[in-house]
Design a protein around this ligand. Structure first.
Ligand code: THG
Length: 377
């Protein structure tokens, strides 16, 4: 089964300097990446063995992912907290010093501009670990218009993810038992060959693991080799965010499952919206008006054999009537089904509702599910 759009069209992607590379790029490429995704104008190496083997290995062992394309926007200075709060409905008064916050970011219409992970790395200094959109310009525009006392830049920080059930074992071998004290979505500084860097218990899978916010442009290969050496008997391998694992778990991808016209409520991120208090979020009034969504993200099971890779939205109908779209889909190998992420109208979003999904391989029966497949509860 073909697995990349580029392969499907028989074209190639010429390299240029503006397709930036992380400090781990050479190692991750040498580990056998067979494809690249473009993300924040960076290369994300992917497809190491096969889609199914990468998935099974992620769920059984431990992988190291070069996710340096998850760029950081650093906002620092006396007005930093105020500026960050203007961009999100999540109440940042609740952010603890060692906490990572998954935050929907919105514009003044309440439409989502990104879905980053926020960290307070120091007093008055934040990192916003962005999905693929030019969110920095939004901050720079507001800061300029309001003459805020902040500095905004993209530092040389490249996250490296360690994901999988054996991630604890691997991280302990490098940083010791202190890693076990880091709770989910919390962080602390650890030593990386002489420099203190942030290690968080987080990552774009539900298999458990860490993300190291690697600082600098040199030394990525040294750290990579240390991890591979230390994890040899754990069967550590290079990997990347896994489509099947994240779709079956319902981890959303910005510009696929979340588009600019969608509110956080439509994306199913209402629990991250504190709209009753006047936080200063610029989208607050719009979100209050749009708090009852008419469509929302839903797990949709698509009947039949495995489907081709998805490069466009697949329309969803009930009879002839359009009732939504499928934005991401994959074979959920462990569950023997085609899992997908849909955006479904209120009239048809109840679990058990039968739909028709117009895939690129023809119409298939779809069923709205109660919950995503890969979640424990
Ligand atoms: N890690 C870091 N930066 C990132 C991502 C990441 N930036 C881009 C992209 N991924 C942002 N999107 C997400 C989507 C989901 C999650 C994190 C980032 C995620 N969600 C958990 C879940 O749904 O179970 C936890 C959410 C919560 O309850 O707080 O992890 O992966 N550094």
């Amino acid at each position: 089964m073909g697995d990349t759009a580029v392969g499907d069209t028989g074209t190639t992607m010429p390299l240029t300097v503006r397709m930036r590379r992380s400090p781990f790029w050479a190692r991750s490429h040498a580990a056998g990446a067979k494809g690249y995704i473009v993300y924040n104008n960076m290369l994300l190496a992917t497809n190491f063995a096969s889609p199914e083997e990468d998935y099974r290995h992620l769920k059984a062992a431990v992988q190291v992912w070069d996710v340096g394309c998850e760029r950081q926007i650093e906002i620092a200075g006396p007005d930093a907290a105020r500026l960050v709060q203007m961009s999100t409905p999540r109440d940042l008064a609740k952010l603890r010093d060692d906490q990572c916050f998954y935050i929907p970011t919105v514009d003044r219409d309440g439409g989502m501009t990104n879905d980053p992970v926020l960290l307070r790395v120091d007093e008055d200094r934040y990192w916003i670990s962005i999905a693929s959109s030019d969110l920095m310009l939004f901050y720079k525009g507001i800061a300029a218009a309001l003459n805020l006392d902040v500095s905004i830049r993209e530092p040389d920080v490249a996250p490296l993810a360690i994901q999988g059930p054996k991630a604890d074992d691997l991280a302990r071998r490098i940083w010791g038992d202190q890693v076990l004290d880091i709770r989910f979505f919390r962080h602390r500084r650890v030593d990386v060959n002489g420099t203190a860097m942030i290690l968080a218990r987080s990552g774009y899978s539900v298999q458990g693991g860490y993300e190291l916010y690697f600082e600098g442009i040199d030394g990525g290969d040294v750290l990579w080799d240390q991890l591979m050496e230390a994890g040899r008997d754990l069967d550590v391998r290079a990997g990347s965010p896994c489509l099947a694992e994240r779709v079956e778990a319902g981890l959303l991808s910005y510009l696929s499952d979340i588009t600019r016209d969608m509110t956080p409520f439509e994306a199913g991120l209402g629990r991250m919206c504190d709209i009753d208090r006047d936080t200063g979020c610029l989208g607050l009034a719009a979100l209050r008006a749009r708090r009852a969504p008419q469509r929302q993200v839903r797990p949709v099971e698509i009947a039949g054999e495995p489907l081709p890779p998805q490069g466009t939205f697949w329309p969803v109908t009930a009879g002839e009537r359009p009732v939504g779209r499928i934005s991401s889909s994959a074979r959920a190998y462990d569950f023997g089904v085609n899992a997908s992420i849909g955006l479904i109208d209120r009239s048809h979003w109840d679990p058990g509702t039968a739909l028709t999904v117009h895939t690129s391989a023809g119409p298939r029966e779809g069923i709205v599910k109660e919950r995503f497949w890969g979640r424990k509860a």
